[in-house]
Design a protein around this ligand. Structure first.
Ligand SMILES: [Zn+2]
Length: 151
């Protein structure tokens, strides 16, 4: 399962009752995105919730792809967002707190931790491959990114 499949809508039950319908727990599930951004879904929610959801849309769903919101950009941007929080020195629990405050979504700290570990491992693989290929610039970039995440 991708990391973004493990990002959940906070106050899920409350949200479902405001929408008067059931929505999946996963924040990036197609039905959740449909429900929130099509029709009058959004207008049924209280203003605090609306603000968070609009922030989420603005920050992650703002691409021009025809397949939006199913093009994958949102997931990619969200992962970058988490990696940036890590680069700022936040640990898994603090990262979960920030995403809850910012967008009313949450993840389990264990999932955040393994996502960060995987990202570091991926960077290591890029670094090794770049070294083999003699691509110093790429190798240095991977090394720097890895250092940021290991902070
Ligand atoms: Zn896109």
């Amino acid at each position: 399962m991708a990391f973004t499949d493990k990002i959940y809508v906070k106050n899920h039950r409350q949200l479902a009752s405001q929408l008067e319908t059931n929505i999946p727990k996963g924040a990036f599930a197609g039905a959740t995105l449909d429900m929130l951004f099509t029709g009058d879904g959004l207008s049924k929610l209280d203003s605090t919730t609306q603000d968070r959801i609009l922030d989420f849309a603005e920050d992650f769903l703002d691409c021009d792809c025809q397949a939006n919101p199913y093009c994958g950009c949102a997931e990619e941007k969200f992962m970058r967002y988490v990696l940036e929080l890590r680069a700022e020195g936040l640990g898994p629990q603090a990262i979960v707190d920030v995403m809850s405050d910012d967008y009313m979504v949450y993840a389990y700290t264990g999932d955040v931790l393994s996502f960060l570990d995987n990202s570091v491992r991926q960077l290591e693989a890029v670094e090794t491959l770049s070294d083999v290929e003699g691509n110093e610039e790429m190798s240095e970039r991977a090394r720097r990114a890895k250092r940021e995440l290991s902070g």
